[in-house]
Design a protein around this ligand. Sequence first.
Ligand code: LAG
Ligand code: CA
Length: 498
Amino acid sequence: HSKRQILQSSSTIVHLFEWRWNDIAEECGRYLAPNGFGAVQISPPSENVIVTQPWRPWWERYQPVSYNLCSRSGTEQELRDMICKCNAVGVKIYADVVINHMCAPDMGEGRRRSTCGSFFNASKREFPSVPYTASHFNDDKCPTLSGNIETYQDIYQVRNCRLVGLLDLAQDQEHVRGRIVDYMNRLVDMGVAGFRVDACKHMWPEDLKNIYSKLHDLNATWFPHGSRPLIYQEVIDLGDEPVKAIEYSGLGLVTEFKYGAMLGSVIRKWNQGKLADLKTWGEHWGLLPSDEALVFLDNHDNQRGHGAGGASVVTFREPRIYKMAVAFMLAHPYGVPRLMSSYRWDQRVVGGKDQNDWMGPPSYPDGSTKPVPIQPDGSCGEGWVCEHRWPSIRNMVMFHNVVDGEPLANWWDNGENQIAFGRGNQGFIVINNDDCPLDVTLYTGLAEGTYCDVISGQMSGGCCSGKQLTVRKDGRAHFTISHSDPDPVIAIHTHSKL
Ligand code: LAG
Ligand code: CA
């Protein structure tokens, strides 16, 4: 494959959580496109309540008051400009759409408490700029006294009651579906390539099907005629509730929450887990069919104890195991991968709960979000973590593209936590999560030659800045990885050949 084909085959999504549109626009051209990233998931672009108690939490963006397109990430014009710039360099934009609910009923009224200054009256359930009125909400259908979801074991509560108290929209009404469709189509027409649909578990699959069926084809300025939006639905199904991910998988991709929970547990060696077990990783583990799954290690919720996934989930706070797990995810053929790009906050765990789990992105005293500064070494400043700019993670995105469509091949393990596998004859990865050195000669499937390890370095200007590996005529190569290596992984592929 040519370099160009490889960039085009890119499917990896990066969630630039809480980034400003202007920063994303720059990131697409200067970094994401040249490094083979396929798409960006943006934070919800819709107008939301301004929460000041606590001060401007990230989660205020999950409380819409209208579908006007201005938020802490920027104005409608900036959103449009970002979509255009990213599409121009081949990076798709997926918008996070919050369509299950509006804000909570105690969020007040007026124009002052919304990010575009639109009027709303939460206690009266009036959102005139959509418009929605009290009759457009589900309250009459909810079987609980409180009006809230009280148990996840009852599908009627889960779909028709208020999720954490948020006003629950009645998607079974034509008017409501129509406003949602108009909102999503406005984004499609602007050039987004699809959606992360928030809280799908809390909406009826047939209503979602109806909504998706009315979406426009993608904007023909950037996409082939007749292209359909890619939809990935957030459904948290860890197996213990009556609402199942498979109810949604016919409609679009579904977030596979078991992926990060189980892979996190294996990489931590919990419950006798070991990397060798991953030989059968995928559907055999009770995961969705590969082509229906959106996979990730952590997300904006479970990296701070919200949502679900549990304690096994790995994040940027444990870089060594995080990088190992990301390398595995991007090397393995299962699912469409999404990377998290976070900001740092001070954790203050009291009684098992982080008191600061609400903290919003790096911001100025007036609450506006700070730009993402790029340091000379390519990392980000001002509290932006930018996992996607960690060199080994970046290089594994390219690995993922190079081996696209190739089957898993030449699996090896030591029965414990040392594993290796290839993808056809295009790439090969070796991981050592044991407490002893790895020293082994393995059949790689790659053509004879010298290859540059893309974890410890990379090719640039014809030179390799990392470890060099020699694949002999018989396809075998000798690998050593110390158990004290901060990056105990070696990855080589046909485009890292010297
Ligand atoms: C999601 N997926 O289904 C999002 O990924 C998740 O981030 C959203 O919750 C949730 N669904 C609703 O869109 C987040 C926070 C919640 C927060 C909520 C609304 O995880 O903690 O609730 O957004 O802002 C907050 C308070 C609650 C309160 C509620 C209503 O934390 O204590 O009851 O607001 O005022
Ligand atoms: Ca609902």
